[in-house]
Design a protein around this ligand. Structure first.
Ligand code: CTP
Length: 395
């Protein structure tokens, strides 16, 4: 819902009080809400309440009688990503179904090019009436989306169907609607992030300075675009915000290797931003080492990316990272070939503001055909967005 432009039409029924909660939830979810009220709606809830909650003046008339300022129904209709009429009375539904344009709300409805959601609220007999049902059917045929009223006790004291859906449910329906339009919906994407720790003994390890910030930013950015993300994370202090991220914590390169293989099999894409240790102690001492000097024998860890590159099917994509200090492009191209990457994100340690522990990064993206795109220094969140855009372009 972040930055979505929502036109909320409030009509004159007792359920108008629920519009206050609806606006609050929409604003909290990051939406920009412009409210249009009918004259009669103002009797049920004050414009001051709704203007305060939406942080915008309420629109009611076609123009301001004092200064002639025009509330353009055409501009409003073009501005919105979605329009929602909640509550929608039988009267407004009848007007909408028949193209009546006698107030700003219904006129804006006629001008709107965006999807329109209608949450009816009325007494049960009005709702069941043939004319109301016929109007609802007509509006459904025109492509409007109805949010069914609930059954329960109505303002009249009667019990039946006609209570406006709860604001939480309306927001959930809008959320699902926008989610379904996201470019990575139904895509399963694995992201590896952070360092790995290779045990020396029970208290010591070999590690690196990776903070995991880049990988976590990528996971958030993918989730924002609708992907189902599995974040295989080495030890970090970071938290995931999105509910679409399943985080799997690992410690060693071996753990990460096993996890990545398991999740990649059923995924569409894997983005490998982890700084995997290249070496691990040959032997892991179970107790704390006491001697004052020793020689530690190291052996190579498994190359996770190379393994996934071998497993990769035609339908899957593999994206790697390279942190280089010299011959950057040449080394990155060699990694694309060796690990079968579709593209690689190259960061150079020579660039100020790039690399470990900082919140910024400066990258180039090189695809498997050798096309290189350079990006300026940006926040890791912005860099993540660039990487995700490149992925969407390829998909
Ligand atoms: N990578 C991996 N498993 C490893 C080492 C690296 O999956 N054991 C992945 C990284 O996550 C990254 C890419 O491979 O996406 C390149 O990592 P990098 O450390 O730059 O490459 P190496 O193959 O280790 O080469 P070198 O250290 O010699 O530059």
């Amino acid at each position: 819902m972040e930055n979505k432009k929502i036109l909320l039409g409030v009509t004159g029924g007792i359920a108008a009080y629920k519009a206050a909660i609806l606006v609050r939830l929409l604003v909290k979810a990051g939406a920009q809400v412009q409210i249009i009220m009918t004259e009669f709606a103002k009797k049920f809830i004050t414009p001051l309440t709704l203007a305060t909650l939406s942080k915008r003046p309420i629109l009611v008339q076609f123009f301001d009688v004092e200064n002639g300022n025009w509330n353009s129904h055409v501009d409003l209709g073009l501005w919105a990503d979605a329009m929602i009429i909640a509550p929608a009375t039988a009267n407004t539904i009848a007007k909408m179904a028949n193209g009546v344009a006698d107030n700003l709300l219904v006129t804006t409805y006629l001008s709107a090019r965006c999807p329109v959601f209608i949450a009816p609220a009325m007494d049960l007999d009005m709702y069941q009436h043939f004319s109301t049902q016929k109007n609802i059917e007509t509006l459904k045929k025109y492509g409007n989306i109805f949010i069914e009223p609930e059954t329960g006790e109505l303002a009249s004291g009667l019990i039946g169907k006609g209570r406006m859906a709860e604001p939480e449910q309306i927001v959930a329906i809008l959320n699902d609607f926008f989610d379904a339009k996201k470019p990575l919906v139904n895509k399963k994407i694995v992201v590896t992030a952070g360092p790995t720790y290779e045990y020396i003994d029970s208290v010591r390890f070999i590690g690196n300075f990776s903070s995991g910030k880049m990988g976590y930013a990528i996971a958030e950015s993918l989730a924002e675009k609708g992907a189902e993300v599995v974040l295989i994370s080495g030890p970090t202090h970071l938290q995931c915000k999105s509910k679409n991220i399943q985080r799997v914590d690992v410690v060693t390169a071996e753990d990460m290797y096993l996890c990545a293989i398991e999740y990649f099999t059923s995924s569409d894409v894997c983005i490998m931003s982890a700084a995997v240790a290249d070496f691990k102690p040959k032997e892991r001492f179970l107790q704390k080492i006491k001697q004052k000097s020793m020689t530690l024998e190291l052996v190579e860890t498994q190359d996770i990316a190379k393994k996934l590159g071998e497993m990769k099917t035609e339908k899957q994509l593999l994206i790697g990272f390279a942190l280089e200090t010299h011959n950057e492009v040449e080394n990155a191209m060699a990694k694309i070939k060796k690990k079968n990457f579709d593209f690689i994100v190259l960061n150079s340690l020579n660039d100020e503001g790039a690399g470990f522990h900082v919140d910024t990064n400066k990258v180039s993206i090189i695809d498997k055909f050798g096309t290189k795109t350079d990006f300026p220094l940006k926040s890791k969140m912005e860099v993540a967005k660039d990487i995700v855009e490149k992925l969407i372009e390829i998909l």
